[in-house]
Design a protein around this ligand. Sequence first.
Ligand code: GAL
Length: 694
Amino acid sequence: MDRMRRGLFAIAIALAAAVTPATAAPHQARSAPTVQSERLWLGSAWYPEQWPEEAWEQDLILMKRHGANVVRIGEFAWARMEPEEGRIDLDWLARAVALARKHGLKVVLCTPTNTPPAWLTTRYPDTLRIDGAGVQLGHGGRRQFSIASPRYREFSRKIVAAMAERFGRDPDVIGWQIDNEYTDESYDPAARAAWGAWLKARFGTLDALNAAWTTQYWSQTYSDWTQVPFNDRPGNPGWMLELKRFITATWVDFQKNQLDAIRARARNGQFVTTNLGGLGWANRFDRYAINRDLDMASWDNYVGTGHLEPYRNGATHDLARGWKRRNFWVMEAQPGFVNWAGVSNILDRGETRAMAWHMVGHGADAVLWWQWRPALNGQEQYHGSLLGPDGAPLPFYAEAAELGRDFAKASPDVAGTQPVSQVAILQDYDSRWAIDFQLHHRDYDQIKLLLDYYRPLKDRLGAVDIVEAAGPLDGYRIAFAPSLNLITEAMATRLSAWVRGGGHLVLGPRSGMKDAYNRLTVQRQPGPLAELLGGRVEQFYALDEQVPVTDAAGGATARIWAEQLSVKAPDTQVLMRYGAANGWLDGEPAAITRAVGEGRITYLGTMLDEVAMRRFVEGQMQAAGVAMLDRLPEGVERMTRTGKDREITILVNHGKTPRTIALPTPLRDVLKGGTVSEVALGAYGVAVLGTRRR
Ligand code: GAL
């Protein structure tokens, strides 16, 4: 291909100079490799209970043949494990595990509590979930149980304990997955009672609760705990926030019930995780809280209709990596297509392999297909899989096998490395909820806003962290908080200390408007950080049209939201001003910044167009002294993983246009072998490059 036409782009790979173990951020966990990250794992969800035992062995042979080293079993098989109350039969499962062992596959066992057996739900209807509208669910689907039901917890504990008793010391069972994709809370009487108890524990007295929620408003004052509403409809924002926290705590307890049953019996080294769904960003509960008790985070990465959106999907991996600030597993990945999307199209040939490498580039140590083989009946007959109903490979199997070969080659280099960054985006579920409860502008989308920051960062860095705003920030040079709506005094104290010590904090619109109870703070935004900023928000405005903005480099446009800022300290500088707008904003500051102690705090009160956002984000990185890499051609993403003695760069071409990347330093081509100084990436092409082991 013509060199000029395809273009030759220099790539400044983050070699030792940019990110080395010596400068690696200390916030990254650096414990000895645990089983989950000792190699790259590849496997599938397998449901032996759906098939006659004679078919099992052929399944496992084909798994091994395409490069699998792990299989995930048990997830929805409660009816098979406990066919009638108290009669637990795990022999079949033991035979499945033994057969996996025979074929050299390790096993992740899943607890089956997502799908209670029919005898349980019919004999004990009090275990059934009642949805927010007061409707009780019945049998035939899944997730029809109440996460708060003590009786359901008891049944769950027994079956999980029996599993752990049987498999907790099995050397080939490497880990556990609790339940499946936690989703729906319940509004049944047991949950109601727990809600009352939660409120009492949180507030102590009704006076305190009434004060926190300002219940003088609309005569909401409560004189008895049982009067406090319990449903999923919109209401008082303080009440709504507390309900979210209660739902989170209920899931944490639900999980702990099983976690304790496993940990009491499992050998050291078996990990426990849960596969979070909701395309990663779902916020029905706080995902940091869920992961706190677990050994490893995992999530289920689906595309649905269309094709991979690299920035959004990459940021979702980074979010998942941030849940425990460690590498994670993709517990479910689509083998080409799903069955539930508006159009359940297949990803292009090669795209799923590229997507798998994208996962690894962002910190996944495992990719498990969902699913291996479709059940002959049941709700998911149309879902993508590796085998057909006949037990023979489908066309996608060949692509999965290519990935199997990739992983076998790359595992020795990639395993034990992880993405490391000096740049963080701060995420906070309280703030997510608080804004979502009261959008004020129907197009105010916090994930889109986060991605506005993320794109320019990712283009210039090998890795970007997305971490909990309430967590430690040591080791980061700069942290962007696009939507930190809720800032408590404690958080403000911590952030201020970090800034004074040399951190650079960039706050986005709506920052510091609310306190821990979702009350308006009595200071103007950013509330407890206004003094540090030496400036504040005079007024916020939802925009019905775009507004011009000028910064030092030229003009820009703002949309959706604009805050009129003011400067209060003599050393606070204005970075941007609004042009002629609604009269209120005209000529007023849109962004301000102040150097404080060793660091800096910046406030951007609006949403900028893409070009201006890039300018702003890069300017902030430059001010913070972050080393930036060259931009790569459109569609090519560079991801770096750092280990004790090596640096891995993964290049993925997310597009169909072939690209050639020139490397400033020759690197080892891990997949193809040899040393290369230029990499040709075809449509959905992948390259894994390594520095030599030192
Ligand atoms: C996931 C779920 C799997 C399967 C899959 C289909 O959300 O965890 O069990 O239903 O979707 O795409």
